[in-house]
Each structure stands twice: as structure tokens, then as C-alpha cells.
Write a protein that binds this ligand. Structure first.
Ligand code: PLP
Length: 397
């Protein structure tokens, strides 16, 4: 159905696009509904179930009738649980007044950008980067400024690279470590240098810590541990991936009081408080044993190695070793010009239609030579997926 000619949507909404991954997801769903057996590496979410103690806390909350409105920023206990967890893990010293609980980490990022970014402001984004940053910045009237990183250097982001992109219009920098889509980690020293640079220049460091607990070879690091730069740091946190809670929609922000108050004000005119039951479940997640996080992390590491091992049997495919999150980002450019494929998008589309393998092309993440696979899947799916990829890529040569 077309849109009536008289309906003109706001300029604001016309500035953004639906998620770039939608087309491939829609096609995958269509094939699935026809009964096609897909090896699905598309969705960026844990295949694990939410741990039992978290589910029980939610059920208990319902039984106790914790079902009413709460303070917009969340009940004191959830904000206390968030700041205590962050302090214990990273040595930060946030107070509950410097914390807002949000309906998912995405809303924390959205609201932070809305209250900080003015029309014409620039926000620095190292690429490859999560698809949503660009649109969230543009919705606020800002301009994303992409900083390229080098695959040969494991997608390293340094203060020197960020400094070269700063202009008088720069308002913020978004840092995401471990990274979606590459799984790369920003080394502690680089992260701290970038945070210090931001503070010196009066720019906000927006730290997207969505995958912070999914680090394989090193201890999790937060840029917010440089507490002397607190004035210019906003932490954007999520329970989605660490606790396998994507559908619950649980996220938060930690930051300077004026920024958090402004985010609270915005939230008071939109979602109000996050679901009360989810607040109680999230307290259980953050204050209970963290063993479940360690177990899931070990699970991802095992699957990562299986996937990387499988990739070795596909000549032409090269891949950096992801140090965190649950994504691999292989380079497929060796296949461009072969068998009728020209781009990563062509490869993703053909992998889906011919091999029934779901992945996401690199273009929306800001690099044209890659595809992203989420390996938060069972080992059966990995085995089957690798087999199908071997024969697909073999057929292109
Ligand atoms: N940041 C990154 C890098 C992500 O990949 C995601 C989800 O995929 C989010 C933030 C938001 O997660 P959620 O809104 O589920 O907390």
C-alpha cells in the first residue's frame, strides 16, 4: 500500500533509515516460513536462555505485585545495583543520582545523543561500527564522522586517529569495545588515552559497553575507570548480551549529573520508567553470582575457535581473531569479481539464496570487504554453516 500523497512525515524521521539489516532478515524470515532450513548467523543475540535466578526474580516480582509505575530513572535498588557492579568491576565511583535505567542499551545511547548533540554537531565513530550509531546521530541533527581503522592492525583505534578527526564542531566520540561487528577490543592504554583526549578537548566520550563482559583474552576494561575525566564520560550499558536478556530490554547510562538529569527528563516524556518487573530481574542479574556470565563467555570462546578453525578450510576467506563479543568479521574481498559477485552485499544475498546461510554484509557497518556472522548459535549450526560456506565459496572459484 502506498502512502497517501497528502501525508508528509517530519524531516526528522526522513533523516534516518530502517535498520540496514532488515532486508536480509525479512528475506530470511520468508524462506524460514517456507520451511527452508537456514544456518542462521544473522541475529546479534545470545542463543543461551536467561539464567534461572533472573527469571525467578521476575516471577517473584509479579507475585509480589511489583507492577506499578516507579521513579522514571528506576527504583533506588536497581540504580544502586548498577553503580555497585560498575564500581566493583571497574573502580568507578558513580552515585545512584548519576545513573538512569533504560529500556535497553539502545535507548540509553539514543537519549544520550538526543540530550548532547545539537544540529550541526559532529560525532566521531570509528569504523567498522554498529549500524545504529549513524541513524541515532542523524536523528538528533548531528553528523557522524567515520574514522577508518586498519584490518591489518586488528581494527585498532588510537588517540592519534581520533585527534586527527576532531574539529571545532566535534561534540562526542562513540567507543565500542569489544566491537560489534569485528569483535576487536580497544586496548586499555588506547581507551584511556582517548578518554583523556576527549576530556582535555571538552568532548564527550560515549562508552558503549554492551559487550564489556564478553572479553576472551583480557580482563574487561571500562574507559570510565579514568575517573578524573568523569565530567566528559557517559557509560552506555546493557544487560542484553552479558545475561542473555535481549528481549527483556534492560540498559542503563552512567554519567555526569546534568547529563543524566536531562536523559531522565527526556525519558519522563517518552517511556517513563523501564518495565518494573524487568527492574527486579535486573537487580538479581547484577547482584547475584556472576558465574553465569563466565560460563556463557567460555561457551562463546569455544564456538569462536570452532568457527575460526572452519574458516581455515575455505581458501580465500581471511579473518581477524575476535577478542570479544560473539561476532566474526571475515574478509571476503578475494571473491569479488568471481562467479558474478561484486560486493559483500552480493555475497550475503547469494549465501542466503543459494547456501541458506544467513549473515550480514559489511557495508552498513562501514567496511565494504566483510560479512558479519554472529556465532551465538549451537555447534550443529556452526558445523552445517561451515559446510555450506565451503561449498558456496568453492563454487565461486
Ligand atoms: N550497542 C551495540 C554495539 C549493540 O550491538 C547493541 C545491540 O545489538 C546495543 C548497543 C543495544 O543493545 P540493547 O538495546 O539490547 O541493550
Amino acid at each position: 500500500m502506498g502512502m497517501p500523497a497528502s501525508l508528509t512525515l517530519s524531516e526528522r524521521i526522513r533523516r534516518i533509515e530502517v535498520s540496514a539489516t532488515m532486508a536480509i532478515t525479512a528475506e530470511a524470515l520468508r524462506l524460514k516460513s517456507q520451511g527452508v532450513d537456514l544456518a542462521d548467523f544473522g541475529a546479534g543475540e545470545p542463543h543461551f536462555s536467561t539464567p534461572e535466578h533472573i527469571k525467578r526474580a521476575a516471577i517473584e516480582a509479579i507475585e509480589r505485585n511489583y507492577t506499578r509505575y516507579t521513579a522514571v530513572a528506576g527504583i533506588p535498588e536497581i540504580r544502586r545495583a548498577i553503580v555497585d557492579r560498575h564500581a566493583a568491576d571497574f573502580g568507578t565511583d558513580y552515585t545512584p543520582e548519576e545513573c538512569v535505567f533504560t529500556t535497553g542499551g539502545k535507548l540509553a545511547l539514543f537519549n544520550a545523543i538526543e540530550v548532547l548533540v545539537e544540529h550541526g554537531d559532529e560525532v566521531i565513530v570509528p569504523v567498522p561500527a554498529w549500524v545504529s550509531y549513524k541513524d541515532i546521530i542523524q536523528f538528533a541533527g548531528g553528523t557522524p564522522v567515520f574514522v577508518e581503522t586498519s584490518e591489518a592492525d586488528n581494527f585498532r583505534v588510537t588517540a592519534t586517529m581520533i585527534e586527527a578527526a576532531i574539529t571545532p564542531k566535534t561534540r562526542a566520540i562513540i567507543l565500542n569495545s569489544p566491537s560489534n561487528p569485528s569483535g576487536a577490543i580497544i586496548a586499555k592504554e588506547d581507551l584511556q588515552n582517548i578518554v583523556r583526549l576527549a576530556h582535555e578537548r571538552g568532548i564527550y566520550a560515549l562508552l558503549d559497553e554492551c559487550y564489556v563482559y564478553l572479553c576472551f583474552d583480557s580482563e574487561p576494561v571500562s574507559g570510565a575507570s579514568v575517573t578524573e575525566c568523569k565530567e566528559h564520560i557517559v557509560v552506555l550499558g546493557s544487560l542484553s548480551k552479558s545475561y542473555a536478556m535481549t528481549g527483556w530490554r534492560a540498559g542503563f547510562a552512567l554519567g555526569p549529573k546534568p547529563v543524566i538529569s536531562a536523559m531522565n527528563k527526556l525519558q519522563s516524556q517518552s517511556t517513563s520508567n523501564t518495565n518494573t518487573v524487568v527492574q527486579h530481574a535486573s537487580i538479581a542479574a547484577l547482584t547475584g553470582s556472576q558465574q553465569c556470565v563466565a560460563e556463557m563467555r567460555a561457551g562463546y570462546l569455544e564456538i569462536r575457535d570452532k568457527v575460526l578453525e572452519g574458516f581455515k578450510s575455505i581458501p580465500g576467506l581471511t579473518c581477524t581473531v575476535p577478542q570479544g563479543a560473539f561476532y566474526v568479521y571475515p574478509n571476503v574481498s578475494a571473491f569479488f569479481g568471481k562467479g558474478g559477485v561484486q560486493t559483500a552485499s552480493d555475497i550475503a544475498a547469494r549465501l542466503l539464496s543459494e547456501a541458506h546461510v544467513v549473515c550480514v554484509p559489511g557495508e552498513p557497518f562501514g567496511t565494504a570487504q566483510h560479512i558479519r556472522l554472529s556465532y551465538a548459535v549451537s555447534s550443529n549450526v556452526v558445523n552445517e554453516g561451515i559446510k555450506r560456506m565451503q561449498s558456496f565459496f568453492g563454487s565461486l572459484r
